[in-house]
Design a protein around this ligand. Structure first.
Ligand SMILES: [Zn+2]
Length: 125
């Protein structure tokens, strides 16, 4: 995987959701497709049965539909830290993880990682 593409409109939605839920965490599902080495996010969905708390956002993975367009998850870090926690990596689902860090201004507050925690280039398209 070389990079992740995120349409500007979906980016704005992620930032908005993170701001709305602050100081609680928001978690969302990323759907899209793959073309060569590029993963392109085309849809952002709220996780079913999400639980939002301070320093805690989770959902029941067994509630997820089996879906080949599922790419991974995005969640916010109200702390402003742009790196995945050990907890994040232990619970990574799909291929990518986006972290939206406070203060959620723009693409500079969004960080992309593989499920293994390797940083990936994020391109806003
Ligand atoms: Zn996290």
């Amino acid at each position: 995987m070389v990079k992740v593409q995120l349409p500007r409109r979906e980016m704005e939605l992620l930032l908005l959701m993170a701001r709305e839920l602050h100081p609680r965490e928001v978690i969302a599902l990323l759907h899209g497709g793959k073309s060569g080495d590029v993963l392109r996010i085309s849809e952002i969905l709220l996780a079913p049965q999400s639980v939002y708390g301070e320093g805690f956002a989770s959902f029941n993975p067994y509630q997820l539909p089996i879906d080949l367009t599922f790419l991974g998850t995005a969640h916010s870090h109200p702390s402003g830290v742009g790196e995945p926690s050990v907890e994040d990596l232990n619970h990574a689902m799909g291929r990518i993880m986006l972290i939206v860090a406070a203060p959620y201004r723009d693409e500079n507050d969004i960080y992309a990682y593989t499920a293994d925690g390797e940083p990936v280039e994020l391109e806003i398209v």
